[in-house]
Design a protein around this ligand. Structure first.
Ligand code: UTP
Length: 294
């Protein structure tokens, strides 16, 4: 079974839902507690044993590259001042030399196009895609859970992380149809993007974590523009599903959609309350604020 060594992070989107915050700063650099959203997702990938991090960036996203580089002046100053704890925080988040690659999407033509831009960096091996919009609060890295499940679905299979939502909410998401179970996963029988109310094949929605086979690139190469005039990853997965199996996997953990204001605020609360160092005082602060609001 081929190991999943590489992960792709599509970070070239415009982040229009967060204007004006994202006018000069990428939305992936917005902070949840004390680290940028993208770092939470990179930490999840590294905890799953990913060895190479591939970022698909665009104009105005150079700060993401800087974030994952060493900051010599800062490190030297911290060392000179004996700030060991702060240095350790920086070191823990630091990918090693040669473990990151950056490529540019050039035009935001859609998620499918962004993934396709990573084709040469990924090469001919299965790989993970993590959308930095989605943060997962979990005991065990969501991607690590997926890699375990993927071992059971077998060689040349694709795996999509899914989660259940209330049936009256499915029209907002990509939804999968459920077939036979295989180990911890189930066979995906169909994929529909934003189905009309009452027509969804299940209430399991696609959540922004994928393990894909490299053949997806051949499909993406020829993929026409779909919904919103964008090259959609879902359309390419539907096409690839004709020749390869796709499985859905309900992971353990709670997701937060950091691409939306509400999800982002909720993520800050949830991740803040999950942090031992601040949980207690944060909880009292939240109580104080909510007691005063109607
Ligand atoms: P979204 O559509 O949620 O992101 O794409 P967006 O376009 O940045 O956000 P809004 O809707 O304008 O606020 C999901 C993920 O895919 C990436 C985004 O960066 C985001 O992480 N993406 C999207 C690309 O890399 N390229 C694209 O062309 C589109």
């Amino acid at each position: 079974m081929q190991r999943i060594r590489k992960a792709v992070f599509p970070v070239a989107g415009l982040g229009t839902r967060f204007l004006p915050a994202t006018k000069a700063m990428p939305k992936e650099m917005l902070t949840v507690v004390d680290r940028p959203v993208i770092q939470h997702v990179v930490d999840e990938a590294r905890a799953a044993g990913i060895e190479h991090l591939i970022f698909v960036t665009g104009r105005g996203k150079a700060v993401i590259e800087d974030h994952f580089d060493r900051a010599y002046e800062l490190e030297a100053t911290l060392a000179a001042r004996g700030k060991k704890a702060e240095l350790e925080i920086l070191n823990a988040a630091q990918p090693g030399a040669g473990e990151t690659s950056f490529t540019r999407q050039q035009s935001p033509l859609g998620l499918g196009h962004a993934v396709w831009c990573a084709r040469d960096l990924v090469g001919n091996e299965p790989f993970a895609v993590l959308l930095p919009d989605v943060l997962v609060l979990a005991k065990k890295s969501c991607l690590a859970q997926m890699i375990d499940a993927h071992r059971e679905t077998g060689e040349k299979t694709n795996l999509i992380a899914v989660e259940e939502v209330a049936p009256d909410q499915t029209h907002q998401y990509g939804v999968v149809g459920m077939g036979a179970r295989k180990g911890p996963a189930f066979e995906v029988t169909s994929m529909v993007e934003k189905p009309a109310k009452g027509t969804a094949p299940s209430n399991n929605i696609v959540t922004g974590r994928y393990i894909l086979q490299p053949e997806i690139f051949e499909v993406l190469e020829k993929q026409e523009r779909g919904a919103g005039g964008e090259i959609q990853l879902t359309d390419a997965m539907v096409a690839l599903a004709k020749t390869q199996k796709f499985y859905g996997f309900n992971f353990e953990g709670t997701t937060y959609d950091c691409g939306s204001k509400l999800g982002f605020l909720a993520a800050n609360v949830a991740f803040g309350l999950a942090r031992e160092d601040i949980a207690e005082s944060f909880r009292s602060e939240l109580k104080r604020i909510t007691a005063g609001s109607k």
